[in-house]
Design a protein around this ligand. Structure first.
Ligand code: NAI
Length: 255
């Protein structure tokens, strides 16, 4: 018996799979025998992650995408259907943040870009996933939201609004498509040590960095492999009765 959640031969598409949480998950799933395509804005980082996989004796497919662009997403899903031979699981993980600012100082551009990538990007990919999965017996869509999608998040209101929207889309779709055997769940991490957060930390002074870490009951950031491990289980059939849920991975922040 395989002690790890079994994802062997699952066909899995991961947006934002070239970096951070997405890359960690892609490498783990490939190691466990899944067929994985990573889709990202950054061709350079996609190549690096692909090389990492091959250094571990596994392989990843890559595809360039901008999830905020409906046409680009349509092309991605056509390529994934063809190259993976179908899609069992879609991980909507591509995302951006914005510099912290009170709402009255946040620019319209920051707001619009966060909604375009973090919310509308997920919307585009959910709709494309449904179109691929409904005629083929179903599937599972896992959206990477955030604890910022579940509670107040001062100074990052655009990001928080987008992530609350992702949670709303997840719950609505879960009920709409349960009979079509398409499941929708969300993952809500707190701060995880990825390039996104390293970039945020670099803009803080020492006191700010310490405060950010101390705000977590575990007094540390999450590690990408702690998120990837839980998500790998979600990708397996062991999660088959789970839909419309938010899996909170936060070191106890929301407890
Ligand atoms: P990251 O910055 O390391 O990775 C994000 C990836 O998304 C990058 O490879 C980037 O090129 C890609 N991307 C950005 N815009 C894109 C677009 N328009 N189209 C396609 N790809 C695009 O960030 P990280 O931390 O791994 O974040 C992954 C997800 O997890 C994001 O949705 C983020 O909001 C979410 N998250 C992260 C947390 C953290 O503390 N790191 C906490 C909670 C949620």
């Amino acid at each position: 018996m395989n002690p790890a959640a079994n994802v062997e031969n699952k066909r899995i598409l991961i947006t934002g799979g070239a970096s951070g949480i997405g890359a960690e998950l892609a490498l783990l799933l490939a190691q466990r025998g899944a067929k994985v395509m990573i889709a990202d804005l950054s061709a350079e980082n996609s190549e690096k992650t692909k090389k990492q996989a091959s250094n571990h004796g596994t392989s990843l497919l890559t595809h360039a995408v901008d999830v905020s662009d409906a046409k680009s997403v349509k092309n991605l899903f056509a390529a994934a259907m063809q190259q993976l031979g179908g899609i069992d699981v879609v991980i909507n993980n591509a995302g951006i943040d914005h510099d912290p600012a009170p709402m009255h100082e946040l620019s319209d551009d920051d707001f619009d870009r966060n909604i375009a990538v973090n919310l509308k990007g997920v919307w585009h990919c959910m709709r494309a996933a449904i179109a691929c999965m409904a005629p083929n017996g179903g599937g599972h869509v896992i959206n990477v939201a955030s604890v910022a999608g579940l509670r107040s998040s001062p100074m990052i209101s655009a990001y928080s609004a987008a992530k609350h929207g992702v949670v709303g889309l997840t719950k609505s779709a879960a009920v709409e498509y349960a009979r079509a055997n398409i499941r929708f769940n969300a993952v809500c991490p707190s701060f995880v040590d990825t390039p996104m957060v390293q970039n945020t930390m670099a803009k803080l002074d020492e006191r700010g960095r310490k405060a950010l870490v101390k705000a977590n009951p575990m007094k540390r950031l999450g590690k990408p492999d702690e998120i990837a491990g839980a998500m790998a289980w979600m990708c397996s059939d062991e999660s088959s009765f789970m839909t419309g849920q938010t899996m909170v991975l936060d070191g106890g922040m929301l407890a």
